[in-house]
Unconditional design. Structure first.
Length: 226
């Protein structure tokens, strides 16, 4: 596991990453954003140089665009950062990456003896329609991907950022990364509005001509920065 942060040391990031590494029996290294490294998980603070009015550091989105492994952005209340709620929430959108998102969320829930919520935000249409019927397939596909793992499925009639902001009982929100070059709308909503750490799950790259899943070559390690 790698901790990667901005110009200053973030104690919340260090605390979260150290607890996760201890839980898994994993190694822990500290790198600067410009370093080259090899990692299975990157942990980074949400603030840093160039923070916007909403408090998201200017290094976060560029990091997500260039780092091809899963990334945790540590933010939120002390209780959430300390994993005191014992709830993990997977946010699904109906896209092709939902299966990987819910499986990763289930792994984190299992490791922490936490409950798993699968949440889908379906904004209310201005035209009257059967929104429940239109969107239940999203939760059904997520349940199929979980293959019997116990969870609570919830659909809310709200914008993603509204649903995310209401997850005040959650220790971790798990979302997909969007496309290969830019974080998706739901991902950005989570990074700006989540009251807890956010795990951004990257998808393997589908090779264009051969139809095989190829995991991008990790960045190579350099000397750790204390």
């Amino acid at each position: 596991m790698i901790i990667q942060d901005g110009a200053r040391r973030d104690e919340n990031v260090l605390r979260w990453a150290a607890a996760h590494a201890q839980l898994l029996g994993a190694g822990l290294e500290i790198h600067r954003p410009q370093d080259d490294f090899r990692a299975q998980l990157v942990v980074v603070g949400y603030r840093g140089p160039g923070s916007s009015a909403l408090g998201l550091g200017g290094h976060v989105l560029p990091l997500l665009a260039t780092t091809r492994c899963d990334t945790v952005v540590v933010r939120g209340t002390p209780a959430a950062i300390g994993a005191q709620h014992r709830h993990v929430t997977a946010l699904v959108s109906g896209g092709p990456g939902d299966g990987r998102v819910v499986r990763h969320a289930a792994d984190f829930a299992r490791q922490r003896a936490a409950t798993l919520r699968v949440l889908h935000a379906a904004p209310q249409s201005p035209v009257r329609s059967s929104i429940d019927t239109d969107h239940t397939y999203v939760l059904a596909r997520a349940a199929a991907a979980l293959d019997g793992f116990r969870h609570h499925a919830v659909m809310v009639h709200a914008q993603p950022h509204e649903a995310i902001a209401r997850c005040t009982d959650t220790d971790l929100i798990v979302v997909g990364s969007g496309d290969a070059h830019e974080s998706g709308t739901v991902t950005k909503a989570a990074l700006h509005h989540a009251p807890c750490p956010v795990l951004v799950v990257h998808q393997p790259v589908l090779e264009e001509h051969h139809g095989r899943v190829a995991v991008p070559t990790p960045r190579r390690p350099v000397r750790s920065q204390a």
